[in-house]
Design a protein around this ligand. Structure first.
Ligand SMILES: [Zn+2]
Length: 70
């Protein structure tokens, strides 16, 4: 079993998260990550890195019957 890591959105768990490197004239700014899910719209400096297997479980937990609400 491969232990490949992927980046997912900390808000909705989608793997459609991309980083936007904003370089403002020499300033070192933290990389901002955007979620491309339409219903999410997350943007921030944080992302979650998990195994691909965990991503599937996470998606299932977020889309399916959620017993825990945070
Ligand atoms: Zn998201």
């Amino acid at each position: 079993m491969s232990m490949r890591k992927i980046r997912v959105c900390p808000k909705c768990g989608s793997d459609k998260i991309s980083d936007a490197k904003t370089s403002v004239s020499g300033w070192l700014v933290p990389t901002t990550y955007y979620c491309e899910e339409k219903d999410c719209g997350y943007s921030g400096t944080l992302y979650v890195e998990i195994d691909v297997d965990e991503a599937e479980q996470l998606k299932r937990a977020m889309n399916g019957d959620t017993t825990e609400s945070t």
